[in-house]
Design a protein around this ligand. Structure first.
Ligand SMILES: Nc1ncnc2c1ncn2[C@@H]1O[C@H](COP(=O)(O)OP(=O)(O)OP(=O)(O)O)[C@@H](O)[C@H]1O
Length: 278
């Protein structure tokens, strides 16, 4: 079953650069949430913070009730065992075939026998439509196959929380739809909680139960999908309509100071109204 993730007052900076601050929302257990936002707004940093790869400056993250930002590396290791992570490029080891890549977390985190491992790896390969591909190497397969293999690897430890960073980037529309359906099916069968970072508007409009959006170093919104899709918020409307006109400019640096047309849009002028905790 999936776990809830409660994020409260989370702030992350690199040196003088604040990536986002005071982010608070709850990922509901067993549901699919999508995180949107213009490039560079810190979506990947957010996922990495959730798995403890970055420590936030402030704020807390409770995964299934356990606060993780103050855990030591060893305790984080235990928490990570409950998570499945799919990074942008699948993050497969190029020197290992797909079978060994997918077996890796089992060999690392469990004492299962090779026979048990084989049964699990073959099951997960089957689940992502890649039975029979275990002998192939990451360099020999397409980007879409690498993503599916990455997803198979993310699933071997029966995770209760699955984080996917742009699982659909670089995929054609048919494969994007296929991957979305696969995620929905996994959510139905495993009950795991999903958080997916995507730029694919169609995925955002069809797949998740909830949608969140980062913009100008803040969480603009986190709410049920239908509420977000019906929102009058100019940032959400522009983003979801892929419209060039609106507060979002061409570059994140411009967004920080204006609307890309020379008109000033102070950060203070824009405050989200959809935060669940508002
Ligand atoms: N390890 C790091 N050290 C310093 N700055 C970093 C580090 N990782 C990310 N950043 C900065 O944090 C900001 C957010 O980056 P991030 O990759 O999270 O954006 P994103 O929203 O995922 O972008 P995209 O949609 O283009 O993938 C960027 O300005 C980036 O340069």
């Amino acid at each position: 079953m999936g776990v809830a993730v409660e994020i409260d007052g989370l702030t992350k900076s690199f040196g003088a650069q604040t990536v986002w601050s005071d982010v608070s929302f709850t990922l509901p257990a067993g549901e699919i949430s999508v995180l949107l936002g213009p490039s560079g707004t810190g979506k990947s940093v957010f996922l990495k913070t959730l798995v403890g790869l970055f420590r936030p400056d402030r704020g807390t993250i409770h995964i299934d009730g356990e606060e993780i930002t103050s855990l030591h590396e060893r305790e984080l290791y235990r928490v990570r065992r409950r998570l499945g992570v799919l990074f942008q490029d699948g993050a497969l080891f190029g020197s290992m075939n797909l079978y060994d890549n997918i077996a890796f977390p089992l060999r690392e985190h469990t004492r299962k026998t090779e026979a048990e491992i084989r049964a699990i790896v073959n099951d997960r390969l089957d689940l992502v439509g890649m039975s029979g591909d275990g002998e192939k190497f990451p360099g020999e397969i397409s980007g879409g196959m690498r993503k599916r293999a990455g997803l198979a690897r993310a699933l071997v430890l029966d995770p209760e929380l699955i984080l996917c960073d742009e699982p659909d980037s670089g995929l054609d529309p048919v494969r994007t739809a296929f991957l979305g359906e696969l995620i929905a099916e996994l959510n139905r069968t495993t009950g795991a909680t999903f958080l997916i970072v995507t730029h694919d508007i169609n995925t955002a409009k069809t797949l998740p139960d909830h949608i969140g959006m980062l913009y100008l170093r803040r969480l603009v919104a986190f709410a049920p999908r239908e509420e977000i899709l019906a929102s009058d918020d100019p940032v959400l409307r522009q983003f979801l309509a892929a419209d060039m006109d609106g507060p979002i400019g061409m570059a994140e640096e411009k967004d920080a100071v204006g609307n890309g047309k020379g008109e000033t849009l102070p950060e203070e002028q824009y405050r989200g109204e959809h935060r669940e905790d508002a």
